[in-house]
Design a protein around this ligand. Structure first.
Ligand SMILES: Nc1ncnc2c1ncn2[C@@H]1O[C@H](COP(=O)(O)OP(=O)(O)OP(=O)(O)O)[C@@H](O)[C@H]1O
Length: 278
């Protein structure tokens, strides 16, 4: 019997703008992802894929290819225009998550998903202590037991190598790498089966980047958690992802095992990406 995916996305599209007869025609000629007539941006077009338990799926593409829009749509930060999403841990994967009420979306976000943003200011309250940041996510997921939350927060901070004597300090005092570690601890605090990571090492020094990537890899091994990792950097994807999707102008242009995509890229754009790495 085939394994049930933890996440299944079917034909997800997100457009900014109303569209017009020109860009909605079957043979529409867009400028990249943009309609020159009505100015609609087609940020994600017919994205479909599955994610299985314990695997890391990489999404790579240049700036503007639609990676962040996809992640925001999946985490309900943005509303999809059309498309379906099914989570194994929500009604046994039988119900489209994108048509749920706001309350149900909050429940899914708080109990099934964890998100780590490129910009820690989006994921953390910079003035609150690291422990309270982590507790916030646990409270949102329905936890009320203060001692348990404290113990879990400390154990997660230890796990992501934040010195425990700094657990009551606010992330605004931390370096960029440490802030990303606190975000990761927070995202893990409700034990989500799926972790979303959006350009989490972009902007960090190379050695700090390597530490954060090692941490992500060790978390995957230890917790057997599924992850979607978005990056414009093929080196990050090469290090982390089991399977890789390549996006260009809002569409998936290539999809396969990461080794396969790197060793035998089929699409001209992927070939350019891979050769620029060598
Ligand atoms: N709120 C918005 N209104 C209009 N267009 C938008 C909006 N947000 C994103 N876009 C457009 O959608 C397209 C995809 O953007 P997105 O940020 O998802 O790309 P990306 O691959 O994540 O690139 P980057 O890493 O630079 O953010 C771009 O053309 C962008 O200009």
């Amino acid at each position: 019997m085939q394994e049930q995916p933890v996440l299944s996305i079917k034909n997800l599209s997100k457009q900014y703008g109303e569209g017009c007869a020109h860009c909605e025609a079957a043979d529409a000629q867009l400028e990249k992802n943009f309609c020159p007539h009505c100015k609609t941006v087609y940020a994600c077009r017919n994205i479909s894929f599955d994610v299985y338990r314990g695997e890391i799926l990489g999404i790579v593409g240049e700036s503007g290819s639609g990676k962040s829009t996809f992640m925001k749509s999946l985490y309900f930060d943005e509303e999809v225009t059309t498309g379906e999403g099914y989570l194994r841990d929500f009604e046994d994967g039988q119900t489209n998550i994108f048509t749920q009420s706001d309350q149900m979306k909050r429940y899914i976000r708080n109990t099934i998903l964890g998100m780590v943003y490129q910009n820690p200011m989006l994921g953390l309250k910079m003035d609150f202590s690291s422990m309270s940041n982590i507790a916030e996510k646990q409270i949102a997921a329905g936890n009320r037991h203060v001692r348990n939350m404290e113990a879990r927060s400390l154990s997660l901070l230890e796990h992501v190598n934040i010195p425990l004597h700094r657990s009551k300090e606010a992330p605004k005092n931390f370096s960029g790498g440490m802030q990303q570690r606190v975000q990761i601890a927070k995202a893990l605090s409700n034990n989500p089966p799926i972790l979303l990571l959006d350009e989490v090492t972009t902007g960090l020094d190379l050695s700090v980047q390597a530490d954060v990537l090692d941490l992500i890899k060790s978390i995957q091994r230890e917790f057997n958690i599924s992850m979607i990792v978005v990056s414009h950097d093929l080196a990050v994807i090469r290090m982390l992802a089991d399977r890789t999707i390549v996006m260009l102008n809002g569409e998936i242009i290539e999809h396969g095992l990461t080794d396969q995509v790197l060793e035998d890229p089929q699409h001209e754009y992927t070939q350019q990406l891979v050769y620029s790495l060598l």
